[in-house]
Design a protein around this ligand. Structure first.
Ligand code: GRF
Length: 197
């Protein structure tokens, strides 16, 4: 299976995915694409010999469809079987997600369906949750709402700040996403539950 990964920033999840696709893993990376030319993850992908591309969303203004057509053109080249969003910060509309339905994953830093959208760690702290975590789900037209493929939980600790909690969740993201991708690439869509080791 060929995997394309979309990023917008440092790409720590992308690195975890790249480094997991070795040996008898059924998938290999074919592209890392960013909507930001200065995304740190692009250099980390290039270091690992993975082709990269940039499709800057800004020249398209608010024309999401045109931006998505440009994304699709890059994907036609790379011909991935699976698309992994990893810290990709652009909302994708139904015309794009419908083309990739069932073949596109995303990682979200909360225990969905709680806290769709942004600022998830602050919201979990605000709510006084004892537990928090991350979710890998299939991407649909609804934001952060597709079928859940895996979740990892962490405890919320006294005195946690959003940054401390985010850092604890990120460690689990780097465990969960590779584990879910390996199963998904092998055709296994059973829900995976991890808890902090
Ligand atoms: C992380 O907080 C992750 O939860 C979210 O995007 C942020 C950056 O991820 N998906 P990465 O380091 O760019 O993979």
């Amino acid at each position: 299976k060929r995997v394309a990964i979309f990023i917008s920033g440092g790409g720590s999840n992308m690195v975890s995915l790249l480094d997991s696709m070795t040996g008898d893993h059924p998938a290999r990376p074919c592209l890392v694409l960013s909507n930001k030319a200065d995304a740190g993850g692009l250099a980390r992908a290039a270091e690992r010999g993975v082709p990269t591309a940039v499709v800057d969303h800004k020249p398209f203004g608010g024309d999401r469809e045109a931006f998505q057509e440009a994304l699709q053109a890059e994907l036609e080249n790379a011909a991935p079987d699976i698309l992994c969003l990893a810290g990709f910060m652009r909302v994708l509309t139904g015309s794009f997600t419908s083309r990739w339905e069932g073949r596109m994953l995303n990682i979200h830093p909360s225990l969905l369906p709680k806290y769709r959208g942004l600022h998830t760690h602050a919201r979990a702290l605000e709510a006084g949750d004892a537990e928090h975590g991350c979710t890998v789900h299939e991407v649909t037209a609804e934001l952060d709402d597709g079928p859940i493929l895996g979740q990892a939980t962490v405890p919320v600790l006294p005195g946690d700040t959003p940054d401390a909690l985010a850092a604890r969740v990120l460690v689990q993201e780097h465990r969960l996403y590779p584990a879910v991708l390996r199963r998904f690439a092998g055709g296994n869509r059973e829900m995976l539950r991890l808890s902090e080791a």
